[in-house]
Design a protein around this ligand. Structure first.
Ligand code: SF4
Length: 262
């Protein structure tokens, strides 16, 4: 854990659907091998992704003083409910001090967020997303080793819904043959308000992840790395999504560049 003091809490962003981002942590103990935030290692040279977390310890004070108009997204280069949060409660303190009129969107892979239901309920306009993708067993150990299981994340979505908090499922990363989008929609549709979908961004994950996918799941790699095959695959999945009769906020496709399908 590296403690630092930040100058600002909110940063303008081009992330689809958001105007500002807040990252009170940088780095993530969940250590997903495909993580797009690994590029942060260029600026924070503390070792392997997943082995360090930068803690902006003054963020709870900064959010008291700063206010923004527009939608704020928490967080883009970490998970606000990674394991360290259980101990130091930085996310909770940031939420407690934040203006409750701010339009806030939180995304996590952890059901630890349920600890903060009381604070979440104080916000006038809030949505909470859980990333789901159905990785389990050996596959999960290899690519998402330290995050809670998909079952726990799905259960968290259900509990958020029961508590009247607007929720969304972020189905990501969609990898051919490894993620069954239709099944995930079926499993969650009764208690999820809306969905985001994101196809794997092979370029943004590390070189090691690319090599790992190629070696262990050559068919998946082939379907996602060949432009024509990838486009066909994306079309098929988008058709499933559109036939799903669900509310879809966005579909992120990264072939050959980020495109939003609606
Ligand atoms: S939970 Fe998100 S931020 Fe953390 S390692 Fe995984 S993909 Fe990266």
């Amino acid at each position: 854990m590296i403690k630092i003091k930040a100058k600002k809490a909110f940063t303008p962003t081009k992330i689809p659907g958001a105007d500002y981002v807040i990252n009170h942590y940088v780095g993530c103990e969940h250590a997903c091998s495909y993580c797009y935030a690994k590029f942060m290692c260029k600026w924070y040279n503390y070792g392997k992704w997943g082995s360090w977390v930068v803690v902006k310890e003054n963020l709870p004070e900064l959010v008291k003083k700063e206010n923004v108009k527009g939608e704020v997204y928490m967080s883009s280069v970490s998970d606000p409910y990674q394991p360290i949060e259980k101990k130091i409660k930085l996310t909770r303190k940031v939420l407690e001090n934040m203006n409750k009129k701010i339009k806030l969107s939180i995304l996590t892979k952890s059901d630890l967020i349920l600890r903060d239901l009381d604070v979440l309920k104080e916000f006038e306009d809030i949505e909470v997303g859980l990333t789901i993708n159905s990785f389990d067993g050996k596959l999960k150990k290899e690519i998402e080793p330290f995050s809670p299981s998909n079952e726990r994340r799905i259960e968290a979505l259900k509990i958020l819904n029961e508590n009247g908090i607007k929720n969304y499922a972020f189905i990501s990363p969609i990898i051919p043959n490894l993620v069954d989008v239709e099944e995930l929609i079926k499993e969650t549709r009764n208690f999820v308000n809306f969905y985001w979908f994101e196809f794997l961004n092979l370029k943004a994950g590390s070189k090691e992840f690319k090599e790992w996918l190629k070696k262990n799941y050559p068919e998946s790699y082939d379907l996602i790395s060949d432009k024509d095959k990838a486009e066909k695959y994306v079309r098929e999945v988008v058709k499933i999504i559109k036939n799903g009769n669900i509310s879809v906020k966005g579909i992120c496709v990264h072939y050959p560049r980020l495109m939003m399908v609606k």
